[in-house]
Design a binder for this molecule. Structure first.
Ligand code: NAP
Ligand code: FE
Length: 365
């Protein structure tokens, strides 16, 4: 059985925000949620403020979202939003502010929820969210997921309340001045969504359509990523790869590397995309059946799987100290997280997980 559900209206193209001002008329008071700096610098915040003024909608700004947003910050933003009488939210930025915007939207709709009770297994509704992605990586503008950091549990978690943005505006112009490091880290995240979706047990004929298309877009940018020099067209290709990755994981979820990468982000402060990407060559090798794995380099337009492995080694080189005890701890924690194990299509053991971590840091760094 195959199914597809992705209810977000997506608008793509240069200046798409100012060309669609009437679509912002979703309520009386908008809460704009951003990270600390980038939205002010790349023009996205100015564009959103400009259209809200044009259509006469009041707004307040919460600009304190940190990377890998914590439940504490989300709760602070909820209080601010309630005090302001917010009835819709505009998340601008990378995955962190947009995911936070989704969590805040659930809490404003259900004010009894706190940081402690937000993740509670029940599916609750949210006030409307508009997403303006300024990284090409997470695809969160077209997913129902909101990943937050739970410091009590010492890990990152999906809040579990599905919040697809009502609208997403994708404009690559906001990404033109992004540093090489952030560009690569976020691009690798998009790549890993496409691949994990494709190799998931839940992959289906429709999600695979998005994966193939997304990997084709990603393949066109590999040379520019390796050089660290991207032109506007490369930015658009990455934005498409990211969006298609989001559409695919909205159907299938992610898989082993995403679940395993959370520990590397939490304990080692490794950026999200790298934390997944660094595990990738070992992840590929753990598959007993290589038939689907071997399609990936072809979708990217590469000649061999070896070529792909070398590209990943170049893009995901990291320099961290990690002990055997730490690897054991991460492996145990992850192996207890049955949800992420479930998407892997083959039987997987604790030793497999340990080996992926261990060899990723032994062989390639
Ligand atoms: P991010 O944490 O949102 O941002 C990373 C950095 O990039 C920040 O320093 C940010 O600055 C900066 N930045 C953002 N846009 C920029 C631009 N246009 N130019 C220059 N710098 C820019 O990074 P992300 O990788 O996009 O998001 C990662 C988060 O998303 C993680 O928490 C991850 O778990 C989650 N995620 C969610 C999904 C989903 O489906 N919901 C999927 C995958 C990952 P500021 O802080 O100043 O804005
Ligand atoms: Fe991701």
């Amino acid at each position: 059985m195959s199914q597809f559900y992705m209810p977000t209206k997506v608008i793509i193209g240069k200046d798409c925000i100012v060309k669609n001002k009437n679509l912002f008329m979703l309520g009386k008071k908008a809460l704009i949620v951003t990270g600390k700096n980038s939205a002010k610098m790349n023009g996205s915040l100015a564009d959103v403020k400009h259209v809200l003024e044009m259509v006469n909608i009041d707004h307040e700004i919460f600009d304190q979202i940190e990377e890998n947003p914590s439940l504490e910050t989300v709760e602070k933003a909820k209080k601010f939003g309630l005090e302001c009488g917010t009835d819709f939210i505009i998340g601008i930025g990378g995955g962190s502010p947009i995911d936070a915007a989704k969590a805040i939207a659930v809490m404003i709709k259900n004010p009894e929820l706190t940081g402690e009770t937000l993740i509670n297994g029940k599916k609750m509704e949210a006030i409307p969210v508009i997403a303006v992605p300024t990284t090409a990586g997470t695809g969160t503008e077209v997913t129902q997921y909101s990943i937050v950091t739970d410091h009590k549990a010492k890990t990152k978690k999906n809040i579990g309340h599905p919040v697809f943005p009502i609208l997403a505006f994708l404009d690559a112009k906001y990404m033109l001045d992004m540093s090489k490091d952030i560009t690569i880290q976020t691009a690798v995240d998009a790549f890993t969504h496409l691949v994990e979706s494709y190799l998931s047990k839940r992959s289906n004929i429709i999600s695979e359509l998005f994966v193939e298309k997304g990997l084709t877009h990603f393949g066109k940018v590999i040379g520019a990523l390796l050089k660290g020099q991207l032109i506007y067209e490369d930015r658009e290709n990455l934005m498409m790869a990211s969006m298609f990755g989001g559409m695919a994981i909205a159907q299938t979820g992610t898989s082993l590397p995403h679940g395993m990468g959370y520990a590397l982000t939490y304990y080692k402060n490794m950026p999200h995309g790298l934390a997944n990407g660094v595990l990738y060559n070992e992840y590929f090798d753990i598959f007993k059946s290589q038939s689907k794995v071997q399609n990936i380099y072809k979708f990217l337009g590469l000649e061999t799987h070896e070529e792909l492995k070398n590209i990943l080694k170049s893009l995901c080189s990291v320099d961290i100290d990690i002990t055997d005890e730490e690897i054991e701890k991460y492996s145990k924690e992850f192996f207890n997280n049955k949800a992420k194990l479930q998407n892997h299509p083959e039987e997987i053991t604790y030793d497999d997980i340990y080996k992926i971590y261990k060899d990723s840091f032994n062989k390639y760094l």
